[in-house]
Design a protein around this ligand. Structure first.
Ligand code: SAM
Length: 158
């Protein structure tokens, strides 16, 4: 058993999952606030220097878990650990957000894809040292290729 205490709460414009963009080409531009517990504010010192943050949070409204997930980006199932499905054995979410500003223990951010009230378990600076050409996108790249091939000529021109 593992017990974690949330460090804060996400304040997002989304009260229902249906409001959150998903599927091919979905862009996450929603702004909101990461409200960190005031007694942890000292832990945010120097965070302003980072443009982007990793936010680890909990899918607190997920209803169970499935080992096979059906992502909206594909018509084929995939192992849950090869997806970002909320229905996972440990319901932990990971979102990269842009840090817009900080007022004390409140971080204003852009790029939210979580429901209002989602518990935050950790925040870390976003850093990546992996060159883009070394990154493989697995089934997602294949699904995107199939979608491009099946698009009508008119849709392809748009
Ligand atoms: C596909 S997951 C990706 C989340 C995160 N970027 C990740 O990769 O872990 C995003 C979806 O999770 C669902 N979701 C968001 N917040 C949730 C919450 N607090 N509890 C349960 N489901 C949630 C919504 O359907 C949303 O579209």
């Amino acid at each position: 058993m593992l017990t974690l205490q949330p460090i804060g709460t996400v304040r997002s414009p989304y009260s229902e999952t249906g409001q959150i963009p998903k599927g091919p080409g979905a862009r996450h531009l929603a702004e909101g606030v990461l409200e960190i517990r005031p007694e942890l504010e000292a832990g945010l010192r120097d965070i302003e220097g980072f443009s982007h943050l990793f936010v680890l949070w909990v899918f607190d409204r997920a209803d169970g878990a499935d080992l096979l997930a059906h992502p909206p980006t594909d018509d084929r199932p995939h192992g849950v650990f090869a997806t970002r499905s909320p229905r996972r054995p440990n319901p932990i979410g990971l979102t990269v957000v842009e840090l817009l500003g900080r007022e004390g223990p409140r971080l204003r951010v852009c790029g939210l894809d979580m429901l209002d009230g989602s518990p935050i378990v950790d925040i870390k600076p976003y850093l990546s040292s992996i060159p883009a050409e070394q990154i493989r996108r697995g089934w997602l790249a294949e699904a995107e290729q199939r979608q491009r091939e099946s698009a009508t000529p008119a849709a392809r021109e748009r």
